[in-house]
Design a protein around this ligand. Structure first.
Ligand code: HGY
Ligand code: MN
Ligand code: MN
Length: 399
């Protein structure tokens, strides 16, 4: 199948008709639709689909085994995500294999297409959960106990989808069979936008992480409680949002508080609790630590000032990733020495797998740089250029 047909067939799955964004959360019906699409697309190429114990999907061109070259990305989305973040890598992987087949190319090694589960961490909070479990970066017991916003655990959600959560955990045999992983992804910035090239190569990923902050106050009446008598968790929460912005601006980093839940959520009452998530990213670990320390000190000081409790918990962190220099050079040799090499602040499964095997990434130009939004976009010709680049890289690595 060619790119357009694959792309069009995935496009309607999990799209919210109101916003035009995607809500493809791990182990939901929308995501099951994506998994079914994956199996159908693999089968149209004559490839079978396997699940690993962590719920990641694998389609194999050739018999699974040592020396394999893997490609792919993820199919889950953030709330109201765009069509490209994740799916572009999976669709391009199948399209590249189709293209290589048409060219009469025969791989001398197995080639695998992977779709990693819960890459965004949108449902259970831990980003790149599928690849972290695969590599042993997350404890399977802790993972089974993760819960979504409705209190449903990962173990329950997997059982509901007829997968066995007892199988969660590192898969050394699968990892040992992979010689390299190359993930194609839409660029989540505008570095390529002004250039006359549609495809870039990733240099590395900024260290980043996600922290959950729970401010606990005392619920009371908004119309009768004197200001001096309140223990309002909304106030230290607000101070924390501003402190995050200030710390990021002061250190050349990024910090965002975007997800927030106020309990019980009455317009005429003081909240009992406010839960918020801090996302912080920086070019190096020392800067990231500094930003997080400053935000956390400000949150604690504001919580104290308002007589509010504060519990902070780290949900997921990814240290600095420098993609394998040898593999990167090989990609440059295939795509041309002038191919731009770009850093990114966005996390990827390729960054997690980098701890265990050589990994690399290709970025496809994003004219506006917008991502994690229904407005995310790449030109069809640039997507085709991405497929051609990935096909050339796979031919080089697996030929
Ligand atoms: O959140 C991220 O960095 C990514 O898009 N998963
Ligand atoms: Mn994303
Ligand atoms: Mn992604």
């Amino acid at each position: 199948m060619e790119f357009d047909e694959l792309w069009e067939s995935l496009l309607p799955v999990g799209r919210d008709p109101g916003t035009g964004g995607y809500r493809r959360y791990a182990w939901t019906e929308a995501e099951a639709g994506c998994r079914a699409w994956f199996a159908r697309s693999a089968s149209a190429l004559g490839l079978g689909t396997d699940y690993d114990g962590n719920g990641n999907l694998w389609a194999w061109w050739g018999r699974p085994g040592p020396g394999a070259i893997a490609t792919g990305s993820h199919l889950d989305s953030v709330p109201d995500g765009g069509a490209f973040d994740g799916p572009l890598g999976v669709v391009s992987a199948f399209a590249a294999i189709g293209e290589l087949r048409r060219q009469g190319f025969r791989p001398t090694r197995p080639v695998a297409v992977a779709a990693f589960t819960e890459e965004e961490g949108a449902r259970f909070g831990v980003a790149c959960l599928g690849s972290r479990l695969l590599t042993g970066a997350v404890d399977p017991d802790a993972a089974r106990g993760l819960t979504d916003a409705d209190g449903v655990s990962l173990a329950e959600a997997m059982r509901e989808a007829e997968r066995d959560p007892a199988q969660l955990g590192p898969d050394e045999e699968l990892l040992a069979s992979l010689d390299a992983y190359v993930e194609l992804h839409i660029e989540q910035g505008r570095a390529l936008a002004g250039l006359d090239t549609a495809v870039g190569i990733a240099e590395g990923i900024w260290p980043h992480g996600r922290w959950r902050l729970e401010f606990t106050g005392r619920p009371d009446h908004a119309g009768t409680t004197r200001l001096a008598d309140r223990h309002d968790p909304m106030l230290p929460y607000a101070a924390t949002v501003l402190a995050a912005r200030e710390a990021a601006a002061g250190h050349g980093a990024l910090a965002t508080v975007s997800k927030v839940v106020a309990e019980p959520g009455g317009a005429n009452g003081i909240s009992s609790a406010v839960r918020a998530w801090l996302d912080a990213r920086a070019p190096d670990q020392a800067t990231l630590d500094l930003v997080v320390d400053e935000v956390s000190a400000a949150a604690q000081a504001a919580a104290r000032e308002h007589g509010v409790g504060l519990e902070a918990r780290r949900e997921s962190v990814t240290p600095l990733v420098a993609f394998d220099p040898g593999l990167r050079d090989r990609l440059s040799a295939v795509l041309g020495a002038g191919t731009p090499v770009l850093p990114t602040g966005a996390g990827h499964d390729a960054g997690v797998l980098a701890a265990r095997l050589p990994t690399a990434m290709l970025f496809v130009r994003n004219p506006t740089g917008v991502s994690h939004s229904p407005a995310e976009y790449a030109e069809p010709a640039d997507c085709q250029a991405g497929v051609a680049a990935l096909a050339a890289v796979l031919a080089d690595l697996a030929g």
